[in-house]
Design a protein around this ligand. Sequence first.
Ligand code: BGC
Length: 746
Amino acid sequence: MKKHLNTLIILLSIFFNQITFTQEIKSTDEIISARVDSVIALMTLDEKIGQLNQLSFGIGWGPTVKSNVPDEYKELIREGKIGSFLNALGADFTRDLQKIAVTESRLKIPLIFGYDVIHGFKTIFPIPLAEAATWQPEMLEMSTHYQALEASSAGINWTFSPMVDIARDPRWGRIMEGSGEDPYLGSLMAAASVRGYQGNLSDKNIIACAKHYAGYGGAEGGRDYNTVDISERTLQDVYLPPFKSAVDAGVQTLMASFNEINGVPSSASKYLLTDVLRDEWGFKGFVVSDWNSIGELVIHGVAVDLKQAANIAINAGLDMDMESRAYITYLAALVKEGKVSEETVNESVKRVLRVKFLLGLFDDPFKYCNEEREKETILSKEVKDAALEVAKKSFVLLKNENNLLPLKKDYKKIAVIGPLANSTENPLGGWAAMGDSSDVISILAGLKNYVKGNTEILFSEGCKINDPSTIGFTDAINTANNSDIVILCLGEGNDMSGEACSRSTLDLPGVQEQLAKELFKTGKPIVVVLMNGRPLSINWLNENILAILETWFPGITAGEAIAQVLFGDYNPAGKLPVTFPRTVGQIPIYYNHKNSGRPGDLKNHYTSKYLDLPLTPLYPFGYGLSYTTFSYSNLSLNKNKITKNDKLQISVTVKNTGNYDGEEVVQLYIQDLVGSVTRPVKELKRFQKIFLKKGESKTVEFTLSEKDLRFTTADMKFASEPGTFKVYAGTNSVDVLESQFELVQD
Ligand code: BGC
């Protein structure tokens, strides 16, 4: 008895970090692991299972701030039957909940609070697709750092972000939540995002969650939640790299996706959740299901009921159950029946507890509950300034004939027209967390503030975003006629992309294009400002409108950022992280496609093309203009043959040949000409954003090595193969200089 008592005292003291560790226990990992073991040793099976249960606070999807805690939740927390809440927010409210956990439950294990902080908590930054258009991972790192700063001040210590799904189909509404179509750009952005959120896990950081693992963006027909059937090779070479990159950057959680992939729903996939994630990549954190994705295993048709779904999911390696209550209801019975080993449950619980220790919640469960910090941080100038900077850097100049932009400061009257001109709701974009339209600067307000009464700003809405009525056209036309220039603000509503927001067309919704055509007839110069969460097929605009600025959904500083860019205080330098098709019928269209045996040739009938379309997209991947121009020359390589041990130095000279200082994203692609399997026609391998004063030249250097040439070969190894490689450097994926080198055996 005495022996047991001693053990208990030791375990408890390790639990509360009271004892000094002996020499053999050195690393934080080992210390945490010892503390985790000490907790596990005290837990009943029910308490263990409780740690794997996550519930949304309140009914439905919305967030809950300060409210009474219903008796059901109080009871669950007291009994240790809940490990985490999502959607409960606020320093004070999360304190109330945490207090129940650490004072009224037997083992006093703290709760972890999750929330979808996707592109801002209260200060809404541009949507992630826009952040990727900066081609500056450090911008995303700054953005996620500030998102964490705000969220952590409001009780949140875990975000369900970044979404690192590769998206090659712009019909899929969730394309707005990720970094676009490219695995390399996506991987750099994934890592940057993790670094920004998690930092050094201080009280100003939060745990990140790479989602949706895996292949979710490959939904057939671009229809959300739909079946995904992609080859193992494409999965490995295209869809998985951003997840691997997030894991390498230290992401502590992943979310299993809703979709099935090649016949197995991700939430049931031992291959994904254990073999690849843990055995191959060495991931130490925990995996949470997507909302009821364990429950949906029944609807997928791989489990007869919720109990079997729980059995499959936990054995596959899915640690935490979001919202289906499958684990809390059935896991204990499954353990008793011998279908799930207690060891399997222990492993999952250990992973969850480990993250709670990493967050420091055992040492200070109220670390994230500081009302004063919450007041100071939320919507502070520092955070808003960061949002403004990212917004400006995310805009992509799609067209600028006759140097219509930047706007001259001597216009007497500017007409601001269109359904997005005076909107404060839409610039927030989807997944806007606690974002509030009253904090948003509309385009109209931004322009008015900017010109400070020196120019008259006229406004007409013209039409709604997605409505057949043309009743507002007359007023819009009169407004245009009465002005020197028109800023026409078109695009999608913020509810037209994001989850469950797939579209079957990429055209401008409603009568917006018709409005543009009517305004075009006035003969006034027109600048189109686009807001949208996906590529749009805007052929008519591209052919007829002089200037087009893609601003995505820029967040709360929208109008300020747009005014500064339109007037040239900042010269746009964003590049498309995703291809813009001419029409929805071109999908899938992405730059890193394969050659086929009969590459498209309009002069040759029996080739891969459409009868009624050009071969090219509307705007290629990597495309984006500047108010200045750049020329590329002298693409040179330090060697034309490399071995596995060599470094290939590639340099290219870029000159600012226009009339403004500006930034340029210098892009480097390769093509592996012959492989044991077919290889993409181009693959992005490096890029660098540089600043050049007008007239200035710079030589940009890139280094590649054999590692950068690896892919999944015919025998499913991740390796390079000797042979000839083309190298391309340029301003986008199409306009490039070309050279080549050979990889030879040592
Ligand atoms: C979405 C996830 C999100 C979760 C929690 C799900 O419907 O697919 O991306 O994190 O809800 O809100």
